[in-house]
Write a protein of this length. Structure first.
Length: 262
């Protein structure tokens, strides 16, 4: 079996920036073990698989070790592949996922994700969190897949050296750290070592939590933000009640083929 594969850098206009995702279009679903093996072999934070079903696409995302319920950058990258290689005249794509309906619009080079919002709720700051960061957070919040830890300094977010083993203990899935930005609305980083990703370069789905939080704190709805990982990513976001839009660019890195003996 020969399958096409694309690698796309998402949430960046420069090659080798943003977050790389592997995209594997399928004509029909392979078994879960094969999907997971492909993702492990790619060894990127996410590999996305999609199958066309009537007028929409069913999409799934795998880290090197597990399937996740929502992924922004690999959805953006999947849309880039569809717009540029499969449906070149299309300007809107509907994906069906474990997180419901996801829409991606194209306006020139800018791609906009329409995702469900996930407003976080405050939780107590415990001693393990304090030891993990060696600094008192302003606030700690949680919403399902993410723990959000908020600080008072962009410099702290940029310079934090992650204690990966402690991060594994403070939340079973993923931890976001964030602060108000100096020149943008807010900055963030995201760590998910329990999902096989020590640090994710740019995380669209994290902004379904960040945007509702910062919208309330800053009393605004439109944001220009940075995820200040080593690769860096820029996102334009809007709070829309129970939905969030997340916009960014994408750049093609490679195309190729997978050779599977099944």
């Amino acid at each position: 079996m020969i399958l096409p594969i694309y690698q796309v850098d998402a949430f960046t206009s420069k090659l080798f920036g943003g977050n790389p995702a592997a995209i594997v279009p399928l004509e029909k679903w392979l078994d879960d073990a094969t999907l997971q093996n492909i993702a492990a072999e790619n060894n990127l934070s996410e590999t996305a698989f999609f199958v066309k079903e009537k007028e929409h696409y069913h999409i799934r995302w795998m880290t090197p070790v597990s399937e996740v319920p929502l992924c922004g950058h690999a959805t953006l990258a999947s849309a880039y592949v569809i717009f540029n290689f499969i449906e070149k005249n299309s300007t809107k794509i509907k994906f069906i996922s474990k997180s419901g309906e996801l829409i991606v619009d194209r306006n020139g080079e800018l791609l906009t994700l329409d995702f469900p919002a996930h407003k976080p709720r405050p939780v107590p700051i415990n001693e393990l969190i304090r030891k993990c960061f060696d600094k008192e957070p302003l606030e700690v919040l949680e919403n399902g897949f993410y723990l959000l830890v908020v600080f008072d300094s962009e410099d702290y977010i940029r310079n934090y050296q992650p204690k990966i083993e402690m991060i594994k203990r403070i939340h079973p899935h993923a931890v976001i750290i964030s602060a108000k930005g100096n020149e943008v609305d807010f900055v963030s980083r995201m760590f998910a070592p329990n999902e096989g990703i020590d640090e994710d370069p740019v995380t669209g789905s994290a902004h379904t939590v960040l945007v509702p939080y910062w919208s309330e704190k800053l009393s605004k709805k439109n944001f220009r933000v940075l995820q200040v990982s080593k690769r860096m990513g820029e996102l334009l976001c809007e709070e829309r009640g129970d939905r969030v839009t997340i916009s960014g660019n994408a750049v093609l890195y490679s195309t190729g083929s997978l050779f599977l003996s099944l």
